[in-house]
Design a protein around this ligand. Structure first.
Ligand SMILES: [Mg+2]
Length: 205
């Protein structure tokens, strides 16, 4: 009658896959905003010609992968909502972007994007959608798709809406890429290079 609580027993039994013998422990992830973190934000970038990678992004993703992190892009794409470009345009650019990361030995696992805008969207894209940051929908989708350990995960964004999405989802470490000093419960770096230290012998909380 004083046996182990059921939750504890289940936790001990089921993280292990008896068929493959593989651990089913959830994985850490690096969540990256796109515009202003991966590429220079010229505003509504949808073509290769305007896609300039930010210095240090390949090193950051490569290091995350080598530390066994999954890597996801989570990006608001209000340009689709506003009719500036199509989902097809976005997909073509994304496929090319993914290939650049692969060629740098820094493969991204998946891109999540939100094509909505709450006031400026056209047609079906006029929506205050849960996927649009600062809402946490995209992060929670990745969590559901890949069984991510959010508390052990890291987010890098260049706007407070990115940080807020991370905090609301429960991401353990939310890093703002900015020239401003830190002013709150998130960390700041002024260059991607400065975020590299977070992946060497990562120990969070
Ligand atoms: Mg951004």
């Amino acid at each position: 009658m004083y046996g182990l609580p059921k939750v504890f027993v289940l936790h001990c039994v089921y993280p292990y896959d008896r068929v493959t013998g593989n651990s089913k422990m959830s994985k850490k992830a690096l969540f990256l905003d796109r515009d202003g973190v991966i590429n220079v934000n010229y505003g509504y970038v949808y073509e290769q010609a305007n896609f300039d990678f930010i210095e240090g992004i390949f090193d950051l993703v490569r290091l995350a992968k080598s530390n066994d992190f999954l890597v996801f892009v989570i990006t608001n794409q209000a340009g689709i909502a506003r009719g500036y470009y199509s989902i097809e345009d976005f997909n073509v650019l994304s496929a090319w972007m993914m290939m650049q990361f692969v060629s740098q030995d820094a493969a991204i696992d998946k891109i999540y994007f939100s094509p909505y805008h709450p006031t400026e969207g056209k047609g079906e894209f006029l929506k205050d959608d849960f996927s649009r940051k600062p809402n946490p929908g995209m992060i929670l989708d990745a969590c559901a798709d890949y069984d991510v350990d959010l508390a052990q995960s890291i987010l890098v964004g260049d706007k407070m809406t990115d940080v807020e999405a991370g905090q609301r989802a429960g991401v353990g470490r939310n890093i703002l890429l900015t020239d401003m000093a830190s002013s709150g419960d998130h960390e700041c770096v002024s260059r991607l290079k400065d975020a590299l230290g977070y992946f060497d012998n990562v120990v969070i909380g």
